[in-house]
Design a protein around this ligand. Structure first.
Ligand code: KG4
Ligand code: ZN
Length: 350
């Protein structure tokens, strides 16, 4: 089965062709980062307009690179939630148009399910991906939660716990802004942290001692903000590196610790990382060490599969199509995920 995936939930217009086994035929991502960078974050209306301009060409390029024509496809998968309303609508309306014109079956995909299945994507000839069940950490710009994943369909995925305030990627982006390092913050802090001393500043680890899987990142960000308000942004590049390294260590420490608690609690020995923050080198190294110590198998997709892309959407959609599921032209969009939340925003278990 060959499926065309379409992704437009935030600031990437993406299209890809992927088989039901996760083999990537093409994977086209057109980023809007340069468009939003002057504003220090994603401007929703600008995002929608740019998706409109880009989507037809991006889809055509994905088909061309996979050397496949529309009639040769077996289905269309499109991100329908969660995300920016106007941005999601561009992808969903485009997918509906294609499905109507070609008669191909179409399914909507929850963006978070896509991220959680990104570990199954592979190049032609590459070995097969992890097996179910596993514990997954999904850490992106909008979401940070730990899941038990028993299969590739949404009802087989259960949130075990998550952040009660900011997402981990949001903390990276906000701290980067505080330090004048630009948007998005993750990649630049990752680079600066690699040269800094993670023990230079004693950044707190909120909720560290709790056995619960709740996390908090706004406190870490506020600590850095207070530090900068008191002492100013360091003028020495090495001092900025140290600040980045200390901040990153606190975030990584929290994510690693909570994910290990979750895996032990679920009695699962396989850990999968997902979402843009999983591209972080400190995080990858921290998880490699912890999983080694606990004897867990660790699966981390390549960085390009961790950040937003349409290949993960095509793969997740293929699993729905294989299960006989279909959406029709009434498919709607939502700013919320379809996965039930275990942790409330603002705090406390549900
Ligand atoms: O998954 P993603 O591409 O989009 C969302 O669904 O949110 O994640 C984007 C987030 C941003 O907050 C970005 O700063 C962060 O992932 N990110 C990173 C790295 N690369 C991207 N965070 C830490 N280290 C990185 N190398
Ligand atoms: Zn994402």
């Amino acid at each position: 089965m060959r499926v065309l995936g379409i992704e437009s939930s935030c600031d990437e217009t993406a299209a890809a062709v992927v088989t039901q086994d996760g083999v990537i035929g093409s994977d086209v991502v057109r980023s809007q980062i340069a468009l939003h960078a002057p504003y220090g974050g994603v401007v929703p209306e600008l995002a929608s307009r740019d998706h409109m301009r880009a989507i037809a060409a991006v889809v055509q390029e994905a088909l061309a690179r996979a050397t496949v024509t529309l009639p040769e496809l077996d289905g269309i998968a499109v991100t329908c939630r969660p995300g920016l309303m106007g941005a999601l609508l561009v992808g969903v309306q485009f997918a509906k148009g294609l499905a109507f014109a070609t008669g191909l079956p179409m399914v909507g995909v929850d963006h978070l399910v896509g991220h959680l299945l990104a570990a199954f994507l592979r190049a032609p000839g590459a070995p097969p991906a992890p097996t179910f069940p596993f514990v997954a950490l999904l850490a992106s710009g909008g979401h940070t939660s730990i899941y038990r994943v028993d299969g590739p369909l949404a009802p087989q995925i259960r949130e075990l716990g998550g952040t009660r305030d900011d997402a981990a990627g949001e903390a990276f982006d906000k701290v980067s802004k505080l330090l004048g390092l630009g948007y998005p913050g993750g990649p630049v802090i990752d680079r600066r942290a690699a040269q800094g001393n993670p023990l230079a500043i004693d950044v707190p680890r909120p909720m560290k001692a709790r056995a619960s899987l709740e996390m908090s990142f706004s406190g870490i960000k506020t600590f850095i903000a207070s530090h900068v308000a008191r002492e100013g942004v360091p003028t020495e590049p090495a001092a900025i590196d140290d600040l980045c390294a200390s901040f990153q260590a606190a975030v990584v420490d929290t994510l690693v610790r909570k994910t290990m608690v979750a895996a032990r609690g679920e009695r699962l020995e396989r850990v999968v990382l997902a979402g843009g923050v999983a591209a972080n080198r400190g995080l990858r190294a921290g998880f490699a060490r912890a999983c080694d110590k606990h004897g867990f198998e660790l699966v981390i997709p390549p960085p390009s599969a961790c950040t937003d892309n349409a290949a993960m959407i095509a793969y997740a959609g293929a699993q729905r199509l294989m299960n006989g599921e279909r959406d029709d032209l009434t498919l709607g969009v939502s700013t919320m995920t379809s996965l039930p939340r275990a942790t409330r925003r603002g705090g406390g278990p549900r």
